[in-house]
Design a protein around this ligand. Sequence first.
Ligand code: PMP
Length: 397
Amino acid sequence: MRPSASPRSPRSVESSPVRDLLALTADPRMISFAGGLPAPELFDVDGWRAAFDRALRGPDARRHLQYAPTEGNVTLRALVAARLSGRGMDTRADDLLITTGSQQALTLVASALLGPGAVVAVEEPTYLAALQVFRMAGARVVPVASDADGIVPASLAEVVERERPALLYLVPTFANPTGRTLTRSRRLAVAALATEHDLWVVEDDPYGELRYRGTPLPPLGAAPTDRVITLGSLSKICAPGLRLGWLRAPEPLMRTLVIAKQAADLHTSTIDQAAAAGYLQSSDVDAHVARLCREYRNRRDAMLAALPDVTPDGTQWTDPDGGMFVWVRLPGDLDSATLLRSALREHVAFVPGAPFHVSDPDHATLRLSFTTSAPAEIAEGMRRLGTVLAGARRAIP
Ligand code: PMP
């Protein structure tokens, strides 16, 4: 039996051997498909320099260095609201709380909605750092099956009936780690279940604007239910170092979330929000996102083109319409964590898939991110991965 934690002992947090291994990706010879990072050469450095400069000039400069309301910069909220409304999710500035990245929004939601012993349902596999937030909040996390079309509504209905979760967490569009997108009909099915069972649904949507093919789907937050909390971020469409995200939630939940935010950090950086408001007003963000999509589409295609040549027969992978990730399942009982050690020796990195699972990890899975390398480098990285996989197959008697 595990000893019960004393009130003073910190919550136990699993150490991560994979994280230690991935520290090796700092080696300049490494081609890393491991991080979920946007391409730094595509950051609009000049645009942001000008935006910060404007925010620190003129009559408002001092206000931009002062404490400010917890909800966030009114202009920024109005601009984000207009952007969300343009994507089919009718939103007013008051529906939004600016957060320090969408990662903070996850923590705020957990602190507002999860009491001791709460149950959180998640699609499986899912975003690792969301699992960490829910576990740190003391919640019990239960998996819901997902397939190529995202979370399976019948499995969700069964989990809701059995476990009575307080919350369902989803990345419905270009998911991390799988790249999959929840279909329109399943979005409606999830919304109907949420209404019927008073279930909160967290729609985590940092990738929704990075679409490389097909027609955009309405966000889950646009579905006819008042049970959806949508999280968004400038991290993937502008730059993650800004640490600017938002949370869209119905009243009265928003009031609780604002108090949670106040307790966490009073408000997100005033100057960063002011610069972002100025940037969104003066730059052509749609043109920037279109450029990102062109570049990332080429990178995705380079990775998908290489996969058949470098993987053993029977390997399966996703073909994402957008986002940053391809999810791979190797045949048989190959263990991707073991393969990672050989991969790092060949100077190529990926993330083993097991930690993205809640209960029964599939060790033969792995996540490849295609955004941080140009197509030629992706081809070389995939060639190295092929060498590793060929070696692993030879090692199997
Ligand atoms: N949710 C998902 C699904 C993510 O992949 C990430 C970042 N990798 C985040 C949230 C956190 O993003 P942010 O930079 O906005 O905190």
